[in-house]
Design a protein around this ligand. Structure first.
Ligand code: BEZ
Ligand code: FE
Length: 300
Protein backbone atom coordinates (compact mmCIF):
# COMPACT_ATOMS: atom_id res chain seq x y z
CA UNK A 1 0.00 0.00 0.00
CA UNK A 2 1.48 3.31 -1.13
CA UNK A 3 1.35 6.24 1.25
CA UNK A 4 -0.12 9.11 -0.73
CA UNK A 5 1.29 12.56 -0.42
CA UNK A 6 0.89 15.83 -2.28
CA UNK A 7 3.12 14.72 -5.12
CA UNK A 8 2.69 10.91 -5.26
CA UNK A 9 -1.11 11.16 -5.66
CA UNK A 10 -0.56 12.31 -9.27
CA UNK A 11 1.38 9.16 -10.21
CA UNK A 12 -1.15 6.98 -8.36
CA UNK A 13 -4.00 8.35 -10.50
CA UNK A 14 -2.04 8.00 -13.75
CA UNK A 15 -1.02 4.44 -12.85
CA UNK A 16 -4.63 3.47 -12.15
CA UNK A 17 -5.67 4.80 -15.57
CA UNK A 18 -2.71 3.16 -17.36
CA UNK A 19 -4.72 0.11 -18.46
CA UNK A 20 -7.11 2.24 -20.56
CA UNK A 21 -7.44 0.34 -23.84
CA UNK A 22 -8.08 3.43 -25.95
CA UNK A 23 -4.55 4.81 -26.43
CA UNK A 24 -5.67 8.37 -27.18
CA UNK A 25 -7.95 8.47 -24.13
CA UNK A 26 -5.06 7.15 -22.01
CA UNK A 27 -2.72 9.87 -23.33
CA UNK A 28 -5.23 12.73 -22.97
CA UNK A 29 -6.36 11.77 -19.46
CA UNK A 30 -2.81 11.24 -18.15
CA UNK A 31 -1.77 14.68 -19.40
CA UNK A 32 -4.96 16.27 -18.10
CA UNK A 33 -4.41 14.84 -14.60
CA UNK A 34 -0.75 15.89 -14.60
CA UNK A 35 -1.59 19.49 -15.57
CA UNK A 36 -4.64 19.70 -13.31
CA UNK A 37 -2.65 18.54 -10.30
CA UNK A 38 0.26 20.87 -11.17
CA UNK A 39 -2.24 23.73 -11.40
CA UNK A 40 -3.75 22.91 -7.99
CA UNK A 41 -0.28 22.73 -6.42
CA UNK A 42 0.81 25.91 -8.21
CA UNK A 43 -2.03 28.06 -6.87
CA UNK A 44 -2.39 26.13 -3.56
CA UNK A 45 -6.05 25.53 -4.36
CA UNK A 46 -8.14 25.76 -1.16
CA UNK A 47 -11.28 23.68 -0.40
CA UNK A 48 -13.42 26.83 -0.71
CA UNK A 49 -11.96 27.64 -4.13
CA UNK A 50 -12.39 24.02 -5.24
CA UNK A 51 -16.07 24.19 -4.24
CA UNK A 52 -16.47 27.56 -5.95
CA UNK A 53 -15.08 26.05 -9.17
CA UNK A 54 -17.49 23.10 -8.91
CA UNK A 55 -20.36 25.56 -8.41
CA UNK A 56 -19.21 27.62 -11.40
CA UNK A 57 -18.98 24.62 -13.74
CA UNK A 58 -22.41 23.46 -12.54
CA UNK A 59 -23.84 26.86 -13.49
CA UNK A 60 -22.12 26.69 -16.88
CA UNK A 61 -23.76 23.32 -17.52
CA UNK A 62 -27.18 24.55 -16.40
CA UNK A 63 -26.94 27.54 -18.74
CA UNK A 64 -26.61 25.24 -21.78
CA UNK A 65 -29.71 24.82 -23.94
CA UNK A 66 -30.33 23.93 -27.61
CA UNK A 67 -29.90 27.66 -28.33
CA UNK A 68 -27.01 28.46 -26.01
CA UNK A 69 -23.65 26.76 -25.46
CA UNK A 70 -22.09 28.20 -22.31
CA UNK A 71 -19.26 25.64 -22.31
CA UNK A 72 -18.16 26.77 -25.78
CA UNK A 73 -18.34 30.34 -24.53
CA UNK A 74 -16.10 29.39 -21.59
CA UNK A 75 -13.63 27.76 -23.97
CA UNK A 76 -13.75 30.93 -26.11
CA UNK A 77 -13.00 33.44 -23.34
CA UNK A 78 -10.13 31.25 -22.11
CA UNK A 79 -8.60 31.33 -25.60
CA UNK A 80 -8.90 27.54 -25.83
CA UNK A 81 -11.12 27.59 -28.93
CA UNK A 82 -8.65 29.94 -30.66
CA UNK A 83 -5.73 27.69 -29.69
CA UNK A 84 -7.42 24.52 -30.98
CA UNK A 85 -8.29 26.38 -34.19
CA UNK A 86 -4.71 27.58 -34.70
CA UNK A 87 -3.32 24.09 -34.09
CA UNK A 88 -5.88 22.58 -36.47
CA UNK A 89 -4.96 25.10 -39.19
CA UNK A 90 -1.37 23.86 -39.07
CA UNK A 91 -2.52 20.35 -40.04
CA UNK A 92 -3.77 21.57 -43.44
CA UNK A 93 -1.95 20.07 -46.43
CA UNK A 94 -2.43 23.40 -48.21
CA UNK A 95 -2.94 26.70 -46.42
CA UNK A 96 -6.02 28.62 -47.53
CA UNK A 97 -7.57 31.77 -46.07
CA UNK A 98 -6.96 32.13 -42.32
CA UNK A 99 -9.67 30.65 -40.17
CA UNK A 100 -11.53 32.20 -37.25
CA UNK A 101 -13.95 31.01 -34.59
CA UNK A 102 -17.27 29.42 -35.48
CA UNK A 103 -18.71 30.85 -32.24
CA UNK A 104 -21.93 29.78 -30.50
CA UNK A 105 -24.37 31.30 -33.00
CA UNK A 106 -23.90 29.09 -36.05
CA UNK A 107 -27.04 27.30 -37.30
CA UNK A 108 -26.81 24.59 -39.86
CA UNK A 109 -30.32 24.97 -41.29
CA UNK A 110 -30.16 28.62 -42.39
CA UNK A 111 -32.22 29.53 -45.48
CA UNK A 112 -30.79 29.09 -48.97
CA UNK A 113 -30.75 32.44 -50.76
CA UNK A 114 -30.05 33.52 -54.33
CA UNK A 115 -26.90 35.48 -55.16
CA UNK A 116 -27.59 39.17 -54.56
CA UNK A 117 -30.31 38.57 -51.94
CA UNK A 118 -30.18 40.27 -48.57
CA UNK A 119 -29.74 38.33 -45.34
CA UNK A 120 -31.51 41.12 -43.39
CA UNK A 121 -35.15 40.28 -42.64
CA UNK A 122 -36.09 43.96 -42.41
CA UNK A 123 -34.65 47.05 -44.06
CA UNK A 124 -32.28 49.00 -41.85
CA UNK A 125 -29.78 51.81 -42.22
CA UNK A 126 -26.17 51.01 -43.06
CA UNK A 127 -26.71 48.67 -45.99
CA UNK A 128 -23.61 46.83 -47.14
CA UNK A 129 -22.71 44.65 -50.10
CA UNK A 130 -20.29 41.75 -49.62
CA UNK A 131 -18.81 40.13 -52.71
CA UNK A 132 -15.85 38.09 -53.83
CA UNK A 133 -14.78 34.76 -55.16
CA UNK A 134 -14.03 31.33 -53.78
CA UNK A 135 -10.89 29.89 -55.33
CA UNK A 136 -8.32 27.22 -54.72
CA UNK A 137 -4.96 28.20 -53.28
CA UNK A 138 -3.64 29.29 -56.66
CA UNK A 139 -6.66 31.44 -57.56
CA UNK A 140 -8.57 28.94 -59.73
CA UNK A 141 -12.29 29.64 -59.20
CA UNK A 142 -14.36 26.94 -57.49
CA UNK A 143 -17.75 26.95 -59.26
CA UNK A 144 -20.83 26.38 -57.09
CA UNK A 145 -18.85 26.61 -53.84
CA UNK A 146 -21.11 26.99 -50.81
CA UNK A 147 -20.90 30.19 -48.73
CA UNK A 148 -22.82 30.24 -45.45
CA UNK A 149 -22.95 33.61 -43.66
CA UNK A 150 -24.29 34.83 -40.34
CA UNK A 151 -23.94 37.99 -38.29
CA UNK A 152 -25.66 40.24 -35.77
CA UNK A 153 -28.41 42.62 -36.76
CA UNK A 154 -27.93 46.39 -36.83
CA UNK A 155 -28.32 46.40 -33.02
CA UNK A 156 -25.55 43.89 -32.42
CA UNK A 157 -27.85 40.93 -31.58
CA UNK A 158 -28.01 37.42 -33.12
CA UNK A 159 -31.38 35.81 -33.89
CA UNK A 160 -30.51 32.98 -31.47
CA UNK A 161 -30.44 35.50 -28.63
CA UNK A 162 -34.02 36.58 -29.28
CA UNK A 163 -37.10 34.73 -27.98
CA UNK A 164 -36.58 30.99 -27.85
CA UNK A 165 -34.10 31.12 -30.69
CA UNK A 166 -36.70 29.93 -33.21
CA UNK A 167 -36.57 32.87 -35.62
CA UNK A 168 -34.00 32.97 -38.41
CA UNK A 169 -32.55 36.32 -39.37
CA UNK A 170 -29.23 37.73 -40.54
CA UNK A 171 -28.05 34.44 -41.98
CA UNK A 172 -28.18 32.66 -45.30
CA UNK A 173 -26.55 30.02 -47.48
CA UNK A 174 -25.37 31.01 -50.96
CA UNK A 175 -24.13 28.99 -53.91
CA UNK A 176 -21.36 30.61 -56.00
CA UNK A 177 -21.82 31.00 -59.75
CA UNK A 178 -19.82 29.14 -62.42
CA UNK A 179 -16.89 31.54 -61.92
CA UNK A 180 -16.81 31.00 -58.14
CA UNK A 181 -18.35 34.43 -57.49
CA UNK A 182 -20.76 35.34 -54.71
CA UNK A 183 -22.43 38.55 -53.55
CA UNK A 184 -25.09 39.37 -51.00
CA UNK A 185 -26.57 42.38 -49.25
CA UNK A 186 -26.61 42.87 -45.52
CA UNK A 187 -26.35 45.65 -42.95
CA UNK A 188 -23.09 46.77 -41.39
CA UNK A 189 -22.57 44.51 -38.37
CA UNK A 190 -21.99 46.08 -34.96
CA UNK A 191 -19.47 44.99 -32.38
CA UNK A 192 -21.28 43.26 -29.53
CA UNK A 193 -20.92 41.93 -26.04
CA UNK A 194 -20.59 38.17 -25.75
CA UNK A 195 -23.54 36.84 -23.69
CA UNK A 196 -22.82 38.46 -20.30
CA UNK A 197 -25.95 37.31 -18.42
CA UNK A 198 -24.57 33.90 -17.45
CA UNK A 199 -21.69 32.46 -15.44
CA UNK A 200 -19.11 33.07 -18.18
CA UNK A 201 -20.16 36.72 -18.49
CA UNK A 202 -19.91 37.11 -14.72
CA UNK A 203 -16.38 35.66 -14.85
CA UNK A 204 -15.37 38.08 -17.65
CA UNK A 205 -16.89 40.95 -15.68
CA UNK A 206 -15.05 39.99 -12.50
CA UNK A 207 -11.79 40.01 -14.49
CA UNK A 208 -12.47 43.65 -15.54
CA UNK A 209 -12.53 42.63 -19.22
CA UNK A 210 -14.82 44.61 -21.53
CA UNK A 211 -16.51 41.52 -23.01
CA UNK A 212 -16.80 42.87 -26.58
CA UNK A 213 -16.19 41.21 -29.90
CA UNK A 214 -15.31 43.59 -32.75
CA UNK A 215 -17.88 43.87 -35.57
CA UNK A 216 -17.67 40.90 -37.93
CA UNK A 217 -19.45 38.67 -40.43
CA UNK A 218 -19.08 34.89 -40.12
CA UNK A 219 -18.43 32.62 -43.11
CA UNK A 220 -18.41 28.87 -43.56
CA UNK A 221 -17.09 28.17 -47.05
CA UNK A 222 -16.94 24.74 -48.63
CA UNK A 223 -16.47 23.01 -51.97
CA UNK A 224 -16.20 19.35 -52.92
CA UNK A 225 -12.65 18.07 -52.45
CA UNK A 226 -11.49 21.12 -50.45
CA UNK A 227 -10.93 21.69 -46.77
CA UNK A 228 -13.89 23.45 -45.16
CA UNK A 229 -13.10 27.02 -44.13
CA UNK A 230 -14.64 28.53 -40.98
CA UNK A 231 -13.74 32.19 -40.82
CA UNK A 232 -14.98 35.74 -40.30
CA UNK A 233 -14.27 39.21 -41.68
CA UNK A 234 -13.66 41.93 -39.11
CA UNK A 235 -14.25 45.67 -39.54
CA UNK A 236 -11.08 47.72 -39.12
CA UNK A 237 -12.77 50.74 -37.53
CA UNK A 238 -14.13 48.84 -34.51
CA UNK A 239 -12.82 50.12 -31.17
CA UNK A 240 -12.16 46.55 -29.99
CA UNK A 241 -10.35 45.28 -33.08
CA UNK A 242 -7.17 44.69 -31.00
CA UNK A 243 -8.81 43.29 -27.88
CA UNK A 244 -11.34 40.66 -28.97
CA UNK A 245 -12.66 38.86 -25.87
CA UNK A 246 -12.43 35.51 -27.66
CA UNK A 247 -9.17 36.02 -29.61
CA UNK A 248 -10.61 35.41 -33.08
CA UNK A 249 -9.11 38.31 -35.07
CA UNK A 250 -6.10 37.95 -37.35
CA UNK A 251 -4.68 40.72 -39.55
CA UNK A 252 -5.55 39.03 -42.84
CA UNK A 253 -9.24 39.02 -41.90
CA UNK A 254 -9.55 42.77 -41.20
CA UNK A 255 -11.47 44.67 -43.88
CA UNK A 256 -13.01 48.08 -44.52
CA UNK A 257 -16.05 48.85 -46.67
CA UNK A 258 -15.34 50.87 -49.83
CA UNK A 259 -17.74 53.57 -50.96
CA UNK A 260 -17.62 53.00 -54.73
CA UNK A 261 -15.64 49.93 -55.72
CA UNK A 262 -15.81 49.85 -59.56
CA UNK A 263 -15.82 46.04 -59.40
CA UNK A 264 -18.82 45.80 -57.06
CA UNK A 265 -21.70 43.99 -58.80
CA UNK A 266 -24.22 46.35 -57.13
CA UNK A 267 -23.64 50.10 -57.14
CA UNK A 268 -24.76 52.76 -54.71
CA UNK A 269 -23.98 51.08 -51.40
CA UNK A 270 -20.65 50.56 -49.64
CA UNK A 271 -19.07 47.19 -50.30
CA UNK A 272 -16.53 44.74 -48.95
CA UNK A 273 -14.66 42.53 -51.38
CA UNK A 274 -12.98 39.41 -50.11
CA UNK A 275 -11.73 36.36 -51.98
CA UNK A 276 -11.64 33.12 -50.00
CA UNK A 277 -8.97 30.54 -50.81
CA UNK A 278 -9.57 26.88 -49.95
CA UNK A 279 -6.82 24.32 -49.51
CA UNK A 280 -7.38 20.79 -50.75
CA UNK A 281 -9.00 18.35 -48.32
CA UNK A 282 -7.09 15.64 -46.55
CA UNK A 283 -8.54 12.45 -45.09
CA UNK A 284 -9.17 13.66 -41.56
CA UNK A 285 -11.82 14.17 -38.93
CA UNK A 286 -14.05 17.28 -39.11
CA UNK A 287 -12.22 20.45 -38.17
CA UNK A 288 -14.94 22.75 -36.89
CA UNK A 289 -14.21 24.11 -33.42
CA UNK A 290 -17.89 24.44 -32.54
CA UNK A 291 -21.31 23.31 -33.67
CA UNK A 292 -24.93 24.36 -33.94
CA UNK A 293 -25.89 24.39 -30.21
CA UNK A 294 -29.00 22.30 -30.90
CA UNK A 295 -26.71 19.47 -32.04
CA UNK A 296 -24.99 19.41 -28.62
CA UNK A 297 -28.04 19.72 -26.34
CA UNK A 298 -31.22 18.56 -28.04
CA UNK A 299 -34.61 20.11 -27.34
CA UNK A 300 -36.07 16.75 -26.20
C1 BEZ B 1 -19.30 34.97 -32.25
O1 BEZ B 1 -18.54 35.46 -33.01
O2 BEZ B 1 -20.44 34.83 -32.64
C2 BEZ B 1 -18.87 34.58 -30.89
C3 BEZ B 1 -17.73 33.82 -30.75
C4 BEZ B 1 -17.34 33.45 -29.48
C5 BEZ B 1 -18.08 33.83 -28.38
C6 BEZ B 1 -19.22 34.60 -28.54
C7 BEZ B 1 -19.62 34.98 -29.80
FE1 FE C 1 -20.10 36.50 -34.05
Amino acid sequence: MRDLNESSVTDAVIEQMAATTDARLREVMASLVRHLHDFARDVHLTPQEWLQAIGFLTQVGKACTPARQEFILLSDVLGLSALVNLMHDKTAVEQGTESSLLGPFYRQDAPSLALGDTIAGKAAAGELLVFGRVTDRKGKPLPQASVQVWQTDEEGVYDLQKGQGNTMDMRGNFRCDAAGRFHFRTVKPLGYLIPMDGPVGRLVHSQDRHGFRPAHIHFLVSAEGYRELVTALYLADDAHIDSDTVFGVSKALITSPREADPEAPVKGIPSIRYDFRLGIAAAEAAGRVGADPSQIVSAH
